[in-house]
Design a binder for this molecule. Sequence first.
Ligand code: SF4
Ligand code: FES
Length: 369
Amino acid sequence: MSDQLFKVTIDNITVEVAPGTSILQAARQIGGEVAPPAMCFYSKLKGSGGKCRTCLVEVSKGSEKDPRPMPKLVASCRTTVMDGMEVKNITSQRVIEARAGVVEFLLLNHPLDCPICDQAGECHLQDLGYEHGKAGTRYEFQRRTFHKVDLGDKIQLHMTRCILCYRCVFTADQLTDSREHGVLDRGDHAQIATFIEKNLDNEFIGNVIDVCPVGALTDKTFRFKNRVWFTKPVDAHRDCPTCCGEVQLWMRGDEVFRVTARKDEWGEITESSKGSTGWICNTCRFDKKHISDWTIEGPTKISRHSVISQGHYVNTVKPAETIERVMDGRKPRLFMDIHKVSEVNKPAIELSLINGPATSDTFNANKND
Ligand code: SF4
Ligand code: FES
């Protein structure tokens, strides 16, 4: 009922929300740039939020009853709204400066290896750095380094990229029967680890890849096989006895390179058609890489601001072909079958199915094919 709702004004836009709603969730109801970025909060994980400070906002009026402003910026994911509260996000210079400082902190030890990182193109830290960060760094010391660790045979951890958001820890805690990994040590030494090399061996553990906002946890069946913006996401489902079976296939041609859960505009896993969170099992994620395993529903809707939408040719108007005109009527030979002129690549080798990234061995081993 409307008399039970609280009125909150964020960046001069007023919404009515239920008591107990966080400022961040209220801002998401407005949407667009009014919603602060969130690197650690994940609405589907209990207890998440409060770690990264990217969602800081200024509360310029506490409530109708106590209109005093809050003296410090607050984490919007962990602060609940009060009736009559007024909040500034992008309209506050203090917030913009503080957020740039938070980005600088998050990137202090980051290797900035986007060109070789599988998460590039769908990385929240990349977006955050681009939208809220500064162009230069003032950091002069050697960056923290770690060895890459295999967490089981399908997931690899690059601790150098981790921002310690705890999402994967909460996922493992809340989705699986026993907690298998966590944050070890403190401060500069803090790291995500499976104590005594214990593998993350659980049918739902692959979801840690989907919740990781950066490229710290990657899918070993997809690593280095393709850039995400070259693949096309397609909604598909299968009758899975373990999970909801509703996924996104990341395809190139007819090959399925990667399977992930479906995500919403905030990068969070959506609800399945059965009403629960659409977590998917390891079998769907890692083992079902044939198009025949799935019932295709259609192309996933991608925000036109995403680099991934670059590969989506919907309603395109092709520019007029000019080559023939400028080449005195000679036809361009732009479309040829590479296999007719080169033996370097073998069309029979399906890159989505080989184990790991393709190397020269992949092709040389099949020399006599
Ligand atoms: S590995 Fe990813 S999900 Fe886990 S704490 Fe680090 S950044 Fe967060
Ligand atoms: S999203 Fe609020 S502190 Fe990380």
